[in-house]
Write a protein of this length. Sequence first.
Length: 94
Amino acid sequence: MTINDSLTIDFSAEYLPTQSIPMLQRYAFICRLTLKNGDSQTWKILTQHWQAQDLQQNVIYEKQTDDIAGQQPIIAEHSCFHLLIAIHLPLPMA
């Protein structure tokens, strides 16, 4: 996903069957997020807002904070910021 001409986001999620409890409708995922700064200026990430939706586009998980993992990361020119997040969802796929 491209935010603007110079900032892009790569996202992937992986199901973790050994951390999931299907009987309780708790399905664990690890989410990998990479913010790539292709600009010649520095970026500071102030907030985050993301969500997971089911196939009917109902929001089943949402996170909105004024930081990312307790910080407001600075992404230098032509560099990346990597984030790893573990979440539990009520569905096996989102």
